[in-house]
Design a binder for this molecule. Sequence first.
Ligand code: PLP
Length: 762
Amino acid sequence: MAGQDKKPKTLGLNVLLVCDKLQEPTALGRAARALLADLQTHDIHATISLTAADAQDEVESDPHLQAIILDWDLHQDSGHTHAKTLLKAIRARNAKVPVFLLAERNDAAHVPAEVMSEADGFIWLLEDSMEFISSRILAAMRRYRQLLLPPMFGALTKFADEAEYSWHTPGHTGGSAFLRSPAGRMFYDYFGEKLLRADLSISVADLGSLLDHTGPIGAAERYAAHVFGSDRSYFVTNGTSTANRVVMTASVARGEIVLADRNAHKSIEHGLALTGARPAYLLPYRNHLGMIGPIPPASLAKDAIAHNLAISRLTAGSDDKPVLAIVTNSTYDGLCYNAARVEELLSPSVDKILFDEAWFGHARFNTLYHNHYAMRGEASEANRTGPSVFATQSTHKLLAALSQASMVHLRERRAKIEHVRFNESLMMHASTSPNYAIIASTDISSAMMDGAGGQLLTSEAIAEAVSFRQTMARLQAEFAARGDWFFGVWQPDMVRDGATTLPFIDAPAEMLAEQQSCWALEPDAAWHGFSGLEPGYCMLDPIKVTLTTPGMARSGKLEDRGIPAPLLNHYLAAHGITPEKTANFSILFLFSIGVTKGKWGSLVNALLDFKRDYDANTPLIRALPQLAALYPAAYGAMGLKDLGTAMFAAMKLTAYPERLQEAYNFLPQPEMIPAEAHDRLIRGEGGMASLSALAGGVAATAIVPYPPGIPLLMPGENFGAIDGPVLRYLSALEDFDKRFPGFAHDTHGVEPSEAGYQALRY
Ligand SMILES: *Cc1c(COP(=O)(O)O)cnc(C)c1O
């Protein structure tokens, strides 16, 4: 029934009535029908379920339900198992939605206490008046809606719905300015009145201030602190890019030393330039696939850090202690550190740690990630002896929030982080006109992750990722048994359950979804390709799925035959599938909480299609028509396999995948701090030079190949010799790009030109 019912998809009044007697010619059946009619007169839309199974589906798929009326005597089973099971299922998803039990008064004495405590009340269908029942339900729904709305979103909807005329910014005044021009009208119609009415400004005192943390916005930040487990949380409406710069300017004074993960986002480089810090870098591992692994535990130890500082020209000879360490957790590819262990290792060297958790806002809400994130346990119980810790999270990346929604969470331990001082840095980077829809969406993400919602939503995403991973691994095994190729998944071959070890394919899905040990990077396991790990130091986040294409051996050497991943990426794009990131032999897919059940089925189909077209060498005019049309001279006569073979041969010839490895496995020579490189940039020093003329020069800007999006050179570092790792890699890449139009690599800081690659040098 539920499926046939056309439900209003607005935040109207929706109830679910679960009763199998609705169509019966009995007193109960008549009363239930009368209730239904009465609800309608109160504009309450009722979805009807005649069976427990249907009700279960409905509860799982419809978050609009604001009350559930459940027949205690469902399917007339004497133990009330159906009703009890359903009640449990409801509560597992939602602790707050009102649930009324439809019962006869003389049954009430036999309802067990646990059921009483989980339900919100009884409805005596044969005794109470319909009007009385409906108004009780209505009141419960109203209370529930109030409970649902987190502080800022609640205040925003109230204000936007009630306010009449605005005399303040934004100048479109609730959208009305757009109505005055045809193009403006189209914009208004597209986004709708609500978004524009809710686009308010800091002049609206009722909503509080993001800069002063007052009113409903301040309350929303305190609510987020409670949900995300921090001492204090700050909303940032310009992404974690800004959140990182805020934390850095709040922690580092001019000339102070920062320990920075070399696997860092661009915003960290900007933070270094802004603060005038002297950086010392922590170099992570890379594996055969070019994936950036964790920083080895040995490099975080006290002596290793002292040594690191002693040998760098920027820090040698100084007794200064680093003031901040920055660690990217998780990495782009989904590697997450045991954050407790990282804090312990870094504790003797530094008093503040910034965990860049741009990709990891979901970690706290699933027990699978136990200990692998910064805001562990409850803030009130936290031990205050270690380094103080910041976590910056792009709420928009893996939770549900509008782009640019980000938060800074902090735990104050050994080092003081006073609000008044910290807030000066926050204001330095914040706009005085923040976007209220972004703030409201940040607030909503707290409400979504609060209570049962967090574990439930993250578990669903993990379960989807697990079934995709197992399906792919099974397909690969089937093809391999026939001596045929297929895509691989970067994941353990074997998993451990207590004393027994079993193949990943055979592991029960629940075990993979719940046991952290299944995802641990065991120091002696071959699949991950990283050395020097400790047991329990690092795990793979299952929701970040890396598929591999044939061609790269675990030894880091190219095999005899291979299929470059950029070719698969083009093919998938032509099929409307956009992965998160593509490297030479791997493609990353994200399973965020927005993933719909079985969405990955079409991905598997597209992968099988690729295999069929590849093996059949389907002409590119059919397999990749856009590419063939854009570059007829290069690709017009080729088949899919011809192109893959030619690309792979060119990879072998130019050896750029191996050169990339070399280039990332050493730290370049720093000549000046990033701030000085930036000063020279704006003074107009230096000039563009081709690769051969870069030798011995100093990089004016960062050189960042995508992927992986990690700086090869930071501003102020030396390009090295013409046959050194950096320039050898760039020239191999230049060579490859010339051969394959449409597949050119994107390297920030390097400009392609007629004469070849160029970069700015001092
Ligand atoms: C994306 C990202 C950021 C920046 O976050 P935005 O919200 O896009 O500004 C910072 N750090 C890391 C590691 C990232 O991947």
